[in-house]
Design a protein around this ligand. Structure first.
Ligand SMILES: [Zn+2]
Ligand SMILES: [Zn+2]
Ligand SMILES: [Zn+2]
Length: 304
């Protein structure tokens, strides 16, 4: 079991999981645990000769049993591919997988939040290069989500409106738009903390993936693909990023929560990274050398 330790100054949980030191570190493609099990080769995490999308429990979980769950979501059997390279129909299937896992993990006793995310690229510290994301079912509401819920609840009480809907209202055809369709928008928020940060959100007020209509799920897949293609076109190579999905926690209430995905690429330029340093880590104050309007224009005008 992991040990949860309370940080009284920041009022947040720190999870201590020492066994994660032993996790698989940069295996070669031939030893990739996320590839299908090839005939005559040792069994991988997926004991099948092929798959479309595969989900399994992390062997080195931060949370397990009564504390929650950690799952790995393999986007494709193709080791050298990427999510953005998949057909829209395949990404649509991934949206359905996310919805299934969200519904099931939300029902586990003790789970307070289900966090769907992806770390991509060595720059982010990824140890397995096979295209995959993760899902953590936490025994608490993590602090970033907690803060967003508090601010949106306050805005809802004060104005009767959703805070994120108000953020979106300014972005429809605006200068910070990156991609969009009838149901979804991808944009650089004016308050971005990373140079090429992008938010992806449904235009209508939807609290979680489970509130999306079928056509909104289709539109999400199309918008996500376009964003990922733009990201990989930016510097003509797979752009590293963290993808974080924020949505309503399991259970009742939280009508003010609005589903959105946040992407944080660490790159300032093709070969310069933004590092979190004194001001960001020690004071929580992000300083940025790029304007959202300019990075959005760069991403939007890339020819796919
Ligand atoms: Zn692989
Ligand atoms: Zn809303
Ligand atoms: Zn958020």
């Amino acid at each position: 079991m992991s040990e949860l330790r309370w940080h009284p100054l920041l009022e947040e949980w720190v999870t201590v999981a020492p066994w994660r030191q032993d996790r698989t570190y940069h295996p070669t493609a031939a030893d990739c645990p996320l590839c299908p099990t090839r005939p005559g080769r040792p069994e991988t995490e997926i004991p099948e000769p092929d798959y479309q999308i595969a989900v399994f429990e992390n062997r080195f979980p931060s949370y397990a049993g009564e504390q929650g769950r950690c799952e790995v979501v393999c986007y494709t059997p193709d080791h050298d591919s990427s999510l953005g390279a998949q057909p829209v129909a395949h990404i649509r299937d991934l949206v359905s997988v996310w919805q299934d896992r969200l519904a099931e993990l939300s029902r586990l006793p003790g789970v307070r939040y289900v966090f769907i995310f992806e770390n991509r690229g060595e720059e982010i510290g990824v140890t397995l290069s096979h295209p995959h994301g993760q899902i953590y079912a936490y025994p608490f509401v993590p602090p970033v989500v907690q803060r967003e819920l508090q601010s949106s609840a306050r805005h809802w009480r004060k104005t009767g409106r959703c805070l994120y809907c108000d953020v979106l209202a300014g972005e429809g055809g605006g200068e910070r738009l990156v991609a969009g369709n009838q149901h979804w928008l991808a944009f650089v928020p004016p308050f971005a903390r990373w140079p090429y940060e992008v938010h992806l959100a449904p235009r209508a007020h939807r609290g979680s993936l489970l509130d999306l209509g079928g056509d909104e799920g289709d539109a999400m897949a199309a918008c996500l693909k376009e964003l990922l293609q733009r990201y990989d076109r930016l510097f003509q190579r797979p752009l590293p990023y963290v993808m974080a999905m924020h949505q309503r926690p399991p259970g009742r209430g939280h009508r003010h929560s609005h589903l959105h995905l946040e992407f944080y690429p660490p790159n300032r330029t093709a070969d310069k990274l933004k590092y979190l340093a004194g001001s960001e880590l020690g004071a929580g104050a992000f300083i940025l050398d790029a304007r959202a309007e300019d990075t959005a224009k760069t991403l939007r005008e890339l020819v796919l």
